[in-house]
Design a protein around this ligand. Structure first.
Ligand SMILES: [Zn+2]
Length: 228
């Protein structure tokens, strides 16, 4: 991978395994990150707490941006809807959207990231999207990222400033066990990360996020500090 010395960048940080590993990858490559954390009305605040702890642990600048989706439209936002358990997403041949999909959320998050990058004169946005072991969200796919990058370069003042923004998703084609292995190599504080869609004391073990994470750790042969 290409090494970019002392480059300013924006990192979308959710407090989960993928975005945290992305942050530590960025640090290992000597970028200078500013983290962007969203308080978007998710059903629990635990991931925001995790993300802040991780940014502090990594000694990174960060912003917590409060936004809202008053119309909800997702089980991550609407506590009246159950979080699906044991979704057989791998066996689904038709494209489908799990109820945990938040309509256009990552478009909104990346838009904030582009705005911050433009103000910071940062040329890179790092996004922990993954299209291998994921829940099928359309905004985690490479096609989306490429299109968004193109749009961002056309629809901002970057062009006039002779700048170009690049949206980098280093984990896009990693399997979950490869992400776990990389996380360990990069000394990610795994005990601070939080992937579960529920905000209980311990991960629920049955939501998609828990199952993807558990499979990743199992295949990598590493014990998850959260489920010890
Ligand atoms: Zn869970």
């Amino acid at each position: 991978m290409q090494v970019m010395k002392n480059k300013k960048c924006v990192v979308l940080l959710s407090g989960g395994l993928d975005s945290t590993t992305t942050l530590f990858y960025v640090l290992s490559q000597k970028y200078n990150p500013t983290c962007l954390i969203f308080d978007y009305g998710q059903r629990h605040k635990k991931e925001i707490y995790s993300a802040k702890k991780i940014a502090q642990y990594a000694k990174c600048k960060y912003y917590v941006v409060k936004i809202s989706f008053p119309w909800k439209g997702s089980s991550l936002l609407d506590t009246r809807l159950p979080i699906p358990k044991h979704t057989d997403f791998k066996k689904n041949t038709e494209p489908y959207l799990p109820s945990t999909y938040v309509p256009a959320r990552n478009i909104i998050f990346l838009s904030y990231a582009v705005s911050l990058a433009e103000v910071l004169s940062a040329e890179y946005i790092f996004y922990g999207a993954n299209q291998i072991d994921f829940s099928g969200y359309p905004d985690c796919r490479l096609e989306f990222i490429k299109s968004f990058q193109k749009m961002a370069n056309i629809g901002t003042g970057l062009k006039l400033k002779n700048k170009k923004i690049k949206i980098v998703a280093p984990l896009i084609n990693f399997s979950k066990d490869q992400i776990v292995t990389l996380a360990v190599k990069l000394k990610v504080p795994l005990e601070l990360t939080w992937s579960c869609y529920q905000g209980k004391r311990k991960p629920c073990g049955v939501c998609d996020a828990c199952r993807l994470r558990a499979n990743g750790f199992k295949k990598a042969g590493i014990k998850d500090p959260l489920t010890k």
